[in-house]
Design a protein around this ligand. Structure first.
Ligand code: SF4
Length: 462
């Protein structure tokens, strides 16, 4: 998967109120969100006061039994991240609180300058600091969370731990996922449904864009619904970011990926024929797409790479060098399957093109006759401003071919594909068009953020 070339600022958040001690559930919950960020993890709980532990490292390696025992209380929150330690804890006029979020604040500097003029100071100016201070300034947590909708330009799903329980909220556009679940004794909220299901909690529903909830040991209480001008769910969640066993905003990730693969196969069929004698994924995130292609085309499904199960997900590594090393370590070729084959190779997206080029070359070196690359996402033409950032315009391979604007016509798309195929040594390359991509997700186009493909800015200006 070429998102090893993507810099992810994505995070995972989790919150729970229980009739019993909750640290173990939070630990399990954030472990199931680890694919959303692997550099930092943290847990805060509340029991008369705040208990708080954060680490640089993965959940499974870092928390000791003693630490988990020290995290006393029946309600708490957890976080996994690539870039910063969260939750962040604060002493406030409404008592001790801890805050964790997933997303990106576009007007962070303006908000910080404004607050500095009012005498506030900042440690490093992290997004989480700014968000927390906007909330704290109001001296009332739900009011502070509501004010975020007015002041913050960007994407956020967040959890706030206090003596009242856990507050949870999603920005008014619903960029980042947030879902609630319960077994009647535990009431939880999570970035992805897989964390809830794996704790044997029943999914209740997604948190609505603009909704502010209080979760306590009696259940979920909606405190406010801030009107949402439109929805802008991140389309990349279904194609790559989320785990394939999750369901987001009512759409199964596995189904979406299968549909995306089917659309790639339909296009090949419409344009002539399926070009290979086997269809293979770039593991792991290409698997759902390859299976969808296989199901429609009936071409045999064949693994051609062995996934190194102990390697980390490459895009969530924090430096380019680490990402390159990890990508290399992650997949090794299965020569027996490859020799003499014409391979349809499915991946979720192409960012710079370096990683897919290496994979195509590896397959050809191992004896593949032809490699035809099929990409679930349309060409990436714009960086993301909402929490999953590609590095710059210059580094997007599609952008280097078409210097301005998006891919508007079929002829333009075909020219781009031919050019990229030449750059990555593939026998052919095909992307899903934006129309096919949206139809595969089965979500109305106006409810999706598609900015990295078409440049359309889904949020208010100013
Ligand atoms: S710009 Fe792309 S990656 Fe960013 S939120 Fe929108 S769809 Fe998702």
């Amino acid at each position: 998967m070429n998102a090893s070339e993507v810099r992810g600022e994505n995070c995972g958040i989790f919150g729970i109120c229980s009739t019993e001690e909750c640290a173990g559930s939070i630990y399990q919950g954030i472990d199931f969100l680890q694919h959303r960020g692997q550099e930092y993890c943290g847990i805060s709980t509340f029991d008369a006061g705040l208990h708080h532990v954060t680490h640089h490292g993965k959940v499974i390696n870092m928390f000791t039994d003693d630490e988990l025992r020290s995290l006393r209380g029946r309600w708490g929150i957890g976080h996994v991240s690539l870039w910063e330690r969260q939750p962040m804890k604060w002493q406030t006029q409404v008592g001790e609180i801890a805050v964790a979020f997933s997303g990106n604040i576009m007007n962070a500097e303006a908000l910080m300058t404004d607050m500095m003029h009012r005498g506030k100071s900042f440690y490093k100016g992290y997004n989480i600091e700014i968000l927390s201070k906007v909330i704290i300034e109001e001296q009332d947590i739900p009011k502070g969370i509501a004010v975020l909708a007015e002041k913050v330009r960007g994407a956020y799903s967040l959890v706030v731990l206090s003596r009242d329980g856990v507050y949870a909220a999603r920005d008014i556009y619903g960029f980042r996922p947030l879902i609630i679940g319960t077994d009647g004794k535990r009431f939880a909220v999570s970035s992805e449904s897989r964390a809830l299901k794996n704790l044997d909690l029943q999914i209740v529903r997604d948190v609505e864009p603009g909704e502010i909830l209080l979760i306590d040991d009696k259940g979920f209480h909606t405190l406010a619904r801030i009107p949402s001008p439109r929805r802008a769910h991140c389309a990349f969640e279904w194609a790559y970011t989320a785990s394939i066993d999750s369901v987001i905003d009512g759409v199964y990730v596995q189904e979406a990926r299968s549909n995306l693969g089917e659309q790639l196969a339909r296009r090949d069929e419409e344009e002539g024929d399926f070009p290979g004698d086997c269809v293979s994924p770039v593991p792991l995130s290409g698997i759902g797409h390859a299976l969808g292609y296989h199901r429609y085309s009936r071409i045999p499904y064949q693994e051609v790479f062995l996934y190194h199960r102990y390697a980390d997900r490459s895009y969530t590594q924090s430096t380019q060098l680490a990402r390159e090393r990890m990508a290399k370590r992650k997949l090794s070729v299965l020569p027996y399957a490859v020799k003499g084959s014409r391979i349809v190779l499915c991946d979720d997206s192409i960012v710079r093109g370096t990683q897919i080029m290496n994979k195509v070359r590896d397959l050809k070196k191992a004896g593949a006759r032809e490699v035809h690359v099929r990409v679930a996402c349309p060409p990436l033409m714009y960086p993301c401003d909402f929490g999953i950032s590609t590095r710059s315009y210059d580094e997007l391979i599609a952008r280097r071919f078409i210097s301005e604007g998006n891919v508007e016509s079929k002829a333009q798309l075909r020219d781009l594909e031919t050019w990229i195929a030449g750059r990555i040594d593939a026998d052919s390359v095909r992307f899903n068009s934006l129309e096919r991509f949206v139809s595969a997700l089965k979500i109305p186009r106006e409810d999706l953020c598609l900015k990295c493909f078409d440049g359309g800015f889904p949020i208010r200006s100013g």
